[in-house]
Design a protein around this ligand. Sequence first.
Ligand code: ATP
Ligand code: MG
Length: 428
Amino acid sequence: MSNKIQAIRGMNDLLPDQSAAWQYVERQLRSLVDRYDYREIRTPIVEQTALFARSIGEATDVVEKEMYTFDDRNGESLTLRPENTAAVVRAALEHGLLHNQTQRLWYMGPMFRYERPQKGRYRQFHQIGIEAYGMDGPDIDAEIILLSARLWRQLGMAEHVTLELNSLGSPAARANYRDALVAYFETHREVLDEDSLRRLTSNPLRILDSKNPAMADMLAGAPQLLEHLDDESREHFERLKATLDAAGVTYRINPRLVRGLDYYSRTVFEWTTTALGSQGTVCGGGRYDGLVEQLGGKPVPAIGFAIGLERLLLLLETLDLIPAEAQAGADAYLLAMGEQAELQALLLGERLRDALPDLQLQVHCGGGSFKSQIRRADRSGAHVALILGDDEIANGTLTLKPLRDNGEQQTLPLDDAIAWLGRQSGQA
Ligand code: ATP
Ligand code: MG
C-alpha cells in the first residue's frame, strides 16, 4: 500500500510540457473575444448552492448528481461551480450591470462536475464562455455563432466541426410541447428505460437526448418541438437561419437538441465533432431569456455559449493543429565555466534581459562540467548556448554556440553578441 497522496480522480495536473499548448489556445481565445469587444468577468469558483439549484434546474443531471456540494464552517451549503452562467448573472445583478444597458462578457476558468471520468470528461474541467445580455433579436444570436465559427477557422479546424441548431420556443410553447411529448411517451411506456421513466415526470424533454439504441425508433417518431413553436420564436429562428445563410455558415437542424440545463429558451446550438468519440460536443450554447428574472432581476434577454477547453485541446492535438512554435523552449541558455564566471553569469543574464525584453533566457545554476552544462542547454530546447568563461570576462566578450543548426561557434564583443541575439529573437 502506497501512502503517497495523489490527485483527486478526474482532476488533472497540467504539466509544463502541456501548458504551452494551453497557452496557445488561450491566446487565440483572448484575441478573438477582444476583436468582438467582449469584456472579461471573473467570479469566485464557489457559490451558494441555491444559486445553481434555482437556475440550472432541480431535475437536471447536473443538480441531481453532478455537483460538488459541501457545508462550510458556518453550516452554509456551498457548491463548486458546475458552470458559470448562473454566477455571471448573480454578479451582474449584484453590481447593477444589467440596468438599462447591454453587456458583452466572457469568462474562462475551471468548472466542477462529479461525473464518471473518461476521455474528454473530467471532474475538474475548463470552459471559456461568452454571454451577451440585454439584446433579444436574432442578430446577437448570429453574432456569437459567427464568433465561434471564426474561432474554428482561426485554429484551422473549421472542417472538423458541425453546427447543430434548434429552437426551444417560448416557455409557454415548451410547456405545450411537453404535454404533447408526455402523452406520446405514455403510449410507448413499455419501451422507456428506467432513466426515461424517471424523467417522464421530472424532465421529459431530456428523454429526447437518450442514446439508448432500444429507444431510437420510438424517439424518431416523437412529436417535434419545431412543430410547436410560438409565432415569435418561429420568426426569430427563421431570421437567425437567414443571417447564417447570408454569412455562409452551414448548420444542421437537430430537432432533438434540447441541451442539459433548464434555463434555455428559443435558440440552442452545439458544435460537435466526430473525432472525439462520444464526448463530441466541443461547444454548447443558447438563449436564456428567463434566467435573469428567475434569479431575482427584471427580465433581461440573454444568450451565450461555453467551450470545453479539454475537448478543444484534445481535438487540436488529434488533428495535429498545435503549431510547433507554440511548443518552443528557451531562445538561449547561458552557461559559465570557472568560479568567477559562475558569479558573473547571473549578472550578465540580467543585463541581457534589460537589453532584450523579448529574449527567453535560461541561466545555468549549480555549476558542473562543461559537458553536463551543455547537455542541460540542449535539453532546455534553447537555440544557442552562451558561454561565459574567464577569458570572456577578461576580454568583455561572449561565446555563442548554436545548438540546433550547424552554425559556427563564435566569440564576439558583448555588444555585438547582444545585437546578434536581438536578431535571433526577432528584435534587432
Ligand atoms: P455533455 O453532453 O458532453 O455532458 P453538457 O451538455 O453537460 O455536455 P455543457 O454544460 O453545455 O455540457 O458545457 C459546455 C461544454 O463544456 C461541453 O460542450 C463540453 O465541451 C464541456 N464539458 C461539459 N462537461 C464536461 C466534463 N465533465 N469534462 C470536460 N468537458 C466538459
Ligand atoms: Mg453533461
